[in-house]
Ligand binder design. Structure first.
Ligand SMILES: [Fe+2]
Ligand SMILES: [Fe+2]
Length: 390
């Protein structure tokens, strides 16, 4: 039998997984696709939904997929390694034994492809079975990266699927449910999985927080906050930031804007201009009114306008999300979005260069924190061997 191997957290499983199973089955002439849920995924930061709940969603998904004409099987090989993280090199080795008479192809997304060299024992993963890559959102650079890895790991066979998927992610679905946008979420879920999520109240941990925020912000600022949280949760993987940190910092980053400046409650460095006060007030309000205690989240809110030197991954993510969310439109933003898609440091450096350049061109003085951050990320990039942004 020809089998495709599709691993993941499936938190939750969604229509892109279905599309992918269909496309891989068609292009590779597969007899069946194995779905391998990871009990303890090594690449995820933050909590994941309980394995038994994710497995029930997968069962609902398989029953919904029965009509598409391909066989999908839930394979629980990775339970053998629990509670150790389920590294791909171990899983693939075990599958090669278990399905010794079958022809296996490992299927991964292009986001994983571009981080492949950071995986544990990548040479072992690369050489156990052929690796088929599905381009998520865009096929740009995928073929080239496959060729590069084939040259890097002798015996490896990376190759791309022709189909390009829409780039729907579990993070997007979770963002939608946490913000009570169930109609949009439903479009990305199979019927039984959607029904399961609703009936079990999954992915609604922050729905009350979101409702409260909505009642406190002017509509346009609420939409900006939603857009910022969508960008942040979608790009959190770039910095290994958990959904919870990305979501809470982004959705609350402007929570104090209608109330700022909150003299007597916040501390503002000398000379802070009025429009900047809301970042300091925001951290206070997130803590006092919304009960946020995560120091990294509060710090990210506190410097989301100015940026600062040596930000945490969450700090960089929120700074970028605020400037690049889909409602923003200013000259040069497309280039900044492209830079950010290559990495948080590169994105922050580009946005700071843009901001400082814009202010200087208008004869305005950048905030001292912004200017220091500009210099710091410029140096950071030089140390990393990237081109200077100066
Ligand atoms: Fe702001
Ligand atoms: Fe903002």
């Amino acid at each position: 039998m020809k089998l495709g191997v599709l691993g993941g957290t499936f938190d939750p499983v969604h229509t892109e997984h279905l599309l992918l199973a269909v496309e891989a089955a068609n292009e590779l002439a597969l007899d069946a696709v194995l779905l391998l849920p990871a009990p303890n995924p090594p690449h995820k930061s933050g909590a994941v939904t309980d394995y038994s709940v994710r497995k029930k969603m997968l069962e609902a998904f398989v029953s919904d997929a029965a009509d598409v004409g391909i066989k999908i099987i839930i394979d629980e090989t990775e339970l053998e390694f629990y509670p150790e993280p389920s590294y791909a090199y171990k899983t693939l080795g075990r599958l090669a034994e278990k399905y010794a008479g079958d022809e296996l192809t490992y299927v991964i997304g292009s986001d994983s492809l571009f981080k492949f060299t950071t995986w544990k024992n990548p040479d072992a993963v690369a050489c156990t079975m052929p690796i088929c890559v599905y381009p998520r959102g865009s096929a740009e650079g995928v073929k080239e990266e496959c060729d590069r890895l084939n040259a890097l790991y002798p015996g490896a066979r990376f190759f791309p699927l022709d189909a390009v998927t829409a780039g729907v992610s579990s993070s997007l679905i979770r963002f939608l449910t946490e913000t009570n946008q169930y109609e949009r979420a439903e479009a990305f879920l199979t019927p039984s999985v959607y029904a399961f999520i609703r009936s079990h109240g999954l992915y609604g941990e922050y729905s009350l927080l979101t409702e409260k925020l909505k009642s406190e912000l002017p509509p346009s600022l609420y939409v900006h906050s939603l857009n910022t949280a969508e960008w942040a949760t979608e790009h959190a993987w770039l910095g290994g930031v958990s959904f919870d940190k990305a979501f809470t910092a982004a959705i609350l980053h402007d929570a104090a804007k209608p109330y700022s400046p909150m003299f007597g409650l916040s501390f503002y460095p000398a000379g802070t201009p009025m429009p900047v006060c809301h970042q300091y007030d925001g951290a206070v309000r997130a803590r006092e009114v919304y009960g946020i205690t995560d120091g990294e989240v509060l710090e990210a809110i506190k410097f989301h306008t100015t940026a600062k030197e040596n930000m945490s991954e969450t700090g960089k993510l929120i700074y970028l999300a605020d400037k690049l969310e889909k409602g923003r439109n200013y000259p040069g933003i497309d280039e900044l979005r492209t830079a950010a898609s290559r990495g948080l440091n590169e994105g922050v450096a580009a946005v700071l260069r843009h901001t400082v350049g814009y202010l200087l061109s208008r004869g305005e003085t950048p905030d001292p924190l912004t200017y220091k951050a500009f210099e710091w990320y410029n140096n950071e990039r030089r140390q990393n061997g990237s081109e200077s942004i100066g």
